[in-house]
Write a protein that binds this ligand. Sequence first.
Ligand code: SF4
Length: 360
Amino acid sequence: MTPSRNNWTKEEIMAIYQKPMMDLLYEAATIHRERHDPNVVQVSTLLSIKTGGCPEDCGYCPQAARYHTNVEGNDLMSVQQVKAQALRAKSSGSSRVCMGAAWRNVKDGPEFDQVLEMVRTLNKLDMEVCCTLGMLTENQALRLAEAGLYAYNHNLDSSEEYYKEVISTRAFDDRLKTIENVRKTNVTVCSGGIIGMGESLEDRAGMLVALSTLNPQPESVPINALVAVEGTPLEDQKPIEIWDMIRMVATTRIVMPETQVRLSAGRTEMSREGQALCFFAGANSIFAGDKLLTTPNPDVNDDMKMFELLGLVPQKPFVKMEQPKTVEAEDSQWQALGEKPKWSRPGHIIERNKEASLKK
Ligand code: SF4
């Protein structure tokens, strides 16, 4: 078996990415088959539990309050609403629910307590529970772990260099710090990025260096294709070619052989043939549901038809790691510390972000 490595260089990764397509596909598929069942694909459902009104300036995101998009903001959902949606997702083949809140960082208080209750409730449905809530302290990560969280998503988005071209309200190091905090618990790490934001090949490789040199590597790596939403600074970006997605998936599989590589945003623009090549190249997870937070996603029935056509089966929950135990709120050993961590705010000017926020 090809051994896992944590010392990939940008040059090595760029060389892999640029291999002749047939060689790249063969190598990625070989590594994939050594470690995974090629006919099993994990299905996750992404649920926006608090939508819009975000104070951050991520150039790709329609939920940033400063941009003029059609996203309607919603307050935090109730535990019952989340439970009902999770049950629906489970009945259509999802083994994981990922709850996303448009927050800069988690704040101790009633809303976080409500999210902890959602985690407890969904873990009792025997589903893998994931959250993506922004930056997180160690104490908050421990409280989520105790509630039964299986995974925490915190994307690096791009290379450290290109990150500064897309976001000015926090720094790349803040992302790494949150991942480090999650690693102090048993919660698995989900972290990936977006291609098609105008980054170079070097930036794509740089992002994979940052992810693959984490030790341990993330258990899940979502690869998103930018969905250019009107009103965001990246609204005019041209869609990427399917071949870019296939190359990115294959390269991710080669440098992170154990991880679940997730085909994430942008699947509505991909043909079944294109997605099939991504699965062949090592993708073994998708997001299901007609929306990914606020952007469109293929209909669940279409996905199930695609699975049937390709002979794929959804992965059962808790295959990679045991189901975490849920500790009830009254038995918790961790108190809310009410910390006010100093997450950075670089505040450099990104012209296109500034222009988009000033547009009427
Ligand atoms: S990506 Fe997340 S942090 Fe950035 S603006 Fe959107 S909701 Fe906020």
